[in-house]
Ligand binder design. Structure first.
Ligand code: AMP
Ligand code: MG
Length: 538
């Protein structure tokens, strides 16, 4: 029977039961030592209201639909009530930020409420983001504003529906409190509405959780956390041993490679790939100044803080992930007699990513079955053309799937590829009038080669369209859409949040009635704050 209230779920707070906690009980900012977490209570708020709810996540946890309206739900999910069955705490971790070791970071505004076990779906950790300060809050307030919370809530669920590994979101609550933020870091702070997102994941452990122990030379704790992670989150590997630890690191590398492949496939740019934002489960975690490629550009990053270095731009994500894995490996050396097992894992990352990425790129053009050199060349040549043509990544691939190139009836001759073929792409380009003639002829040449290869491989239009549309989304959470939902929510109307969630539930389906949410970025949004560039302020 689904539970009608959160407190009726089954709880099992394994992390705090198995691992050592901070002996200091008071909640003040400090350097914390020799433990994995600090017990801490969320801060109650004045007027909590649920404005976003993921019915899928609720059902997965074993909650009945009535749970959303139960009066304890909003109290718990805003941090205003903590029933006995919960055991809130903040995790201790460190991290490399923009390439430099930043020391202790930790859950500065995230508080884990506890771990629940669903008979159907297993272990889930519930975490509030923006529920008040913790020992790890450093100089900040422990709070979150509505705009960044809308973005986290929607994108977590959108990624899930896209099939991209991710932490999830159960709820979005406005707190009724105001939060001071200097959104542009220009010395003009303003009061903004506060909010709390309830994030849900099998685990929130990050690379940085391991790094902090290694850096502080807490080697026993490091080993305990590794073995805890293996036992809890990788039970299929068997009981921890030196061989199992090696295999575990290899699995982390493989999962991270798979995650990068998904980000590259969907055009997602995380924006802040610091090691404290890398999940040990290979999940997308910490939605901050992320974005989706619109006009294709491998150098694009939505994060204004990274605009000059572009460390975390779209095209660099796979190599940054490897760099982050190298930092994780460095923090694990005390567990192994020599570096070989860790080097094996890193080599596996490169091998697995290259293999998966090529497969993915071929699948985006419907040539996933082909092993030919020609298919590979075609897949690899396309991104550069998209970039020269300033094509909208999402719309381009759907348009390509629609092209008639190898008709289903074998007796029909191949349709010609000419200027009118090119014209069909005009609506997915950001500046079609200025498309230079070199690029035009290169695209046309590519399409002709593509047509020939499809014919050679016996890939007919109808099956190609089906397979391409299963990997190329029709709808992604474009920044300007999220910003429209935020603007309205800030004015008291949260309805666009639910509407977008609805559309993004079926991102691969054509939804003629919702086409307005699948258009290329409008001109007004090109340079508007929140629509193409974002600061880390949240
Ligand atoms: P992020 O860049 O969001 O991954 O955050 C980096 C670190 O800063 C993490 O330890 C966060 O918990 C912390 N942090 C970010 N925003 C706040 C805030 N408003 N209050 C307290 N800590 C924060
Ligand atoms: Mg973070």
């Amino acid at each position: 029977m689904p539970a009608t209230a959160l407190s009726n779920l089954v709880f099992d707070h394994r992390f705090i039961r198995k691992l050592p906690g901070d002996p200091v009980q008071e909640n003040y900012r400090r350097q914390v030592r020799n433990c994995c977490y600090s017990r801490v209570s969320p801060t109650p708020v004045s007027a909590p209201t649920i404005i976003g709810w993921s019915a899928e996540m609720a059902a997965t946890l074993g909650l009945a639909p009535e749970a959303e309206a139960h009066n304890e739900t909003v109290q718990i999910l805003s941090g205003s009530a903590v029933p006995e069955c919960l055991a809130p705490f903040a995790m201790r971790y460190g991290g490399h930020q923009f390439g430099n070791w930043a020391g202790q970071l930790g859950d500065g505004r995230a508080i884990i409420l506890g771990e629940t076990i669903s008979p159907q779906s297993g272990r889930w950790v519930l975490q509030l983001k923006g529920a008040g300060p913790t020992p790890y809050s450093r100089t900040a307030d422990g709070l979150a504003v509505l705009r960044s919370s809308v973005r986290e809530f929607l994108c977590s669920e959108a990624m899930f529906h896209l099939g991209v590994p991710t932490t999830r979101a159960l709820s979005l609550v406005t707190t009724g409190e105001s939060v001071l933020r200097d959104m542009f870091y220009d010395g003009n702070p303003e009061m903004e509405p506060g909010a709390v997102v309830c994030r849900v994941s099998p685990s929130f452990t990050r690379f940085g959780n391991f790094q902090i122990h290694a850096t502080m030379q807490e080697y026993d704790l490091l080993a305990s956390l590794v073995d805890y992670t293996i036992t809890t989150d990788f039970p299929e590997l068997g009981p921890p041993s030196p061989e199992v630890r090696e295999e575990w690191f290899r699995q982390v590398c493989i999962r991270t490679a798979d995650l990068m492949t998904h980000w590259m496939r969907t055009g997602f740019v995380h924006g802040v790939m610091n090691t404290d934002n890398m999940s040990i489960l290979g999940l997308t975690i910490d939605y901050g100044p992320y974005g989706w490629l619109e006009d294709f550009d491998t150098n694009w990053t939505p994060n204004t803080t990274d605009a000059s270095g572009r460390r975390y731009c779209y095209g660099r994500q796979p190599s940054i992930a490897l760099w982050n894995l190298l930092q994780l490996a460095n923090s694990l050396t005390s567990l192994f007699d020599d570096s070989k097992p860790l080097q094996n894992g890193l080599d596996e990352y490169t091998r697995h990513f290259n293999q998966q990425c090529l497969k993915m790129m071929k699948s985006k053009i419907g040539l996933q079955e082909s092993e030919s050199e020609r298919s590979q060349q075609l897949a690899e040549a396309l991104p550069e053309l998209l970039q020269s043509a300033s094509a909208d990544m999402t719309l381009f691939y759907r348009k390509l799937a629609d092209l008639s190139l190898v008709p289903d009836k074998s007796e029909t001759s191949l349709p010609p590829c000419n200027d009118s073929t090119l014209d069909q792409f005009a609506e997915v380009l950001y500046d079609p009038k200025n498309l230079n003639s070199d690029t035009q002829s290169q695209i046309l040449a590519w399409i002709r080669d593509y047509q020939a290869e499809l014919q050679r491989c016996g890939v007919i239009d109808s099956s190609r369209k089906l397979s391409m549309n299963a990997v190329n989304p029709r709808f992604v959470l474009r920044n300007y859409l999220a910003q429209m939902a935020i603007d309205r929510a800030e004015q008291g109307d949260p309805s666009l949040i639910a509407k977008l969630l609805d559309v993004l539930r079926h991102p691969y389906e054509d939804q003629p009635e919702n086409e307005q949410y699948g258009q290329k970025r409008p001109e007004w949004a090109r340079d508007k704050a929140g629509c193409s560039m974002l600061s880390c302020s949240s």
